[in-house]
Design a protein around this ligand. Structure first.
Ligand code: ATP
Length: 455
């Protein structure tokens, strides 16, 4: 594998050629992990998904039978603790992307409308437990929330031993990760969090794959614990795509490395009818199938894994179509010259940076015949225009398809935004790591404990 790949390594070279807003957003996203970052428009779409009838009154795909939901409860005059995901980018005390705050609004507004006293919890960044890091304080979030809700939001730094709150009031507690024991899911800390209110609502899907005191432990000690609307919406969409899909089910897994998505690929090959790979992942599959890939990004140590996946796919009659043409260049830069080559013609000094037009058309045909589509990861270096066409074509094919389509991952959402497709995908999952773990078939601890608690 070549060193120095990935978005962060050529951000500098984007200077001057990229639209300043796009570049700011790319830099922001990169700084706070692409996987976790979200775009405003996407979150707005997601927040509207939360209120969308089809997720609430249609067929429910998630195994709801053992999940208590916020909508099942009488919140009047109750102190309702809502675990949010306010892990937003903050630079010099200013929130540079308030998408996650906007995504949380429908749940908060619903709780207020139903007469609750609202206590909000969230983590921010990765502070050292036991130390107060002012740069990772949620105080800026309190101000932003207050503006969005047009209501005062009381910010409390020292909240662990409780405070007074009245119905109709909103309190935002300081970063849960300032407390010793948060990450270790400490029982005593969990008890203290639970004691803050009458009802605990888990609504932070983006943190549901972490068993921490404020996402997991608290459920064991809360008088009542339930799932919030945003969490339910995410789970329903993922359940619809992964647990009860209408076939043919097609997955597109792109991005840079097989190693980061190995579990996802292994689970998908046992579920899907067609698996399209892209980016560095496709290069590893091409190498595994014996095609020349020149100097392209790939993982030598995962060739055997890719061969095994190809074998399993064949046995299961799952299609893994490999590119028949690719866009190559001699260098990885924004000024690089792009050339389309047949897959047999890649030379030793070529870098494969996108799928070619014939491949894009073939993949689009597969996409058109699918009834359910799951998309995670770009199929090329979409941030550079001359290597973005493949990802654009895939995105547009999904947008034109009548299938239920679910997309997730920071880079995928950034690409969807770049190509203005955010309104044309059925569901945009905001969970990053959490959605990948779901697709991998893993149990999300914060969800599992809610189920256990309710049964
Ligand atoms: P996220 O982690 O944000 O969810 P992801 O998991 O979908 O993103 P990554 O594994 O981080 O994806 O890889 C995305 C990156 O891979 C993009 O920055 C893209 O430019 C890069 N990429 C795609 N195709 C190639 C390629 N052929 N060669 C090198 N890099 C590529």
């Amino acid at each position: 594998m070549l060193p120095g790949w990935g978005l962060s390594n050529y951000l500098v070279s984007l200077n001057g050629i990229c639209h300043p807003e796009r570049q700011r957003r790319i830099s922001e996203l990169d700084l706070r992990s692409f996987a976790d970052a979200q775009d405003d428009k996407i979150i707005r779409k997601m927040a509207s998904n939360t209120q969308d009838d089809k997720y609430h009154h249609g067929h429910s795909y998630f195994k709801e039978k053992i999940m208590l939901k916020m909508s099942d409860l009488d919140l009047k005059n109750k102190r309702v603790i809502i675990r949010e995901d306010f892990n937003v980018p903050i630079a010099n005390g200013k929130i540079t992307n308030d998408a996650r705050i906007k995504a949380a609004l429908p749940t908060i507004e619903l709780a207020l409308k139903n007469g609750a006293a609202v206590i909000l919890l969230s983590h921010l960044g990765r502070p050292t437990e036991g130390t107060i890091d002012s740069e990772l304080s949620l105080s800026a979030v309190a101000d932003a929330l207050s503006k969005c809700l047009n209501k005062p939001v009381r910010f409390i730094s020292d909240w662990l031993n409780g405070f007074d709150i009245q119905p109709g009031e909103i309190v935002l507690c300081e970063n849960t990760r300032f407390n010793v024991g948060e990450k270790k899911d400490d029982a005593l800390l969990s008890q203290k969090i639970a004691a803050l209110g009458d009802i605990f609502v888990m609504d932070a899907f983006g943190a549901a794959h972490r068993a921490e005191a404020s996402t997991h432990g608290v459920v064991q000690y809360a008088k009542v614990a339930c799932a919030g609307p945003l969490l339910m919406t995410e789970l329903n969409a993922l359940g619809k795509a992964m647990d009860n899909p209408e076939h043919p089910l097609l997955a597109i897994v792109g991005g840079s490395k097989v190693s980061t998505k190995l579990g996802v690929l292994e689970n998908l090959v046992n579920k899907v009818d067609c698996l399209i790979t892209g980016g560095g992942i496709a290069n590893t599959f091409l190498a595994a199938a014996g095609f020349p890939i020149g100097k392209s990004l790939y993982e030598k140590e995962f060739i055997a894994t890719a061969q095994q996946l190809l074998k399993t796919a064949k046995e299961r009659n799952v299609q893994i179509p490999l590119p028949v043409d690719v866009v190559v260049s001699k260098e990885f830069s924004v000024t690089a010259k792009a050339t389309v080559k047949g897959i047999h013609d890649v030379s030793d000094d070529d870098l494969i940076l996108d799928i070619g037009p014939t491949t894009a058309t073939q993949f689009s045909h597969f996409i058109q015949s699918a009834k359910t589509i799951v998309w995670n990861g770009p199929v090329g270096v979409f941030e550079i225009p001359q290597f973005s066409e493949g990802t654009k074509a895939i995105g547009e094919a999904i947008a034109h398809s009548k299938a239920f389509s679910l997309a997730g991952g920071g880079d995928t959402l950034a690409a969807i935004d770049q190509f203005h497709l955010h309104d044309k995908i059925s569901y945009l999952s905001t969970g990053g790591g959490a959605s990948l773990e779901y697709i991998e078939g893993k149990v999300l601890p914060a969800v599992a404990i809610l189920e256990k608690h309710a049964s």
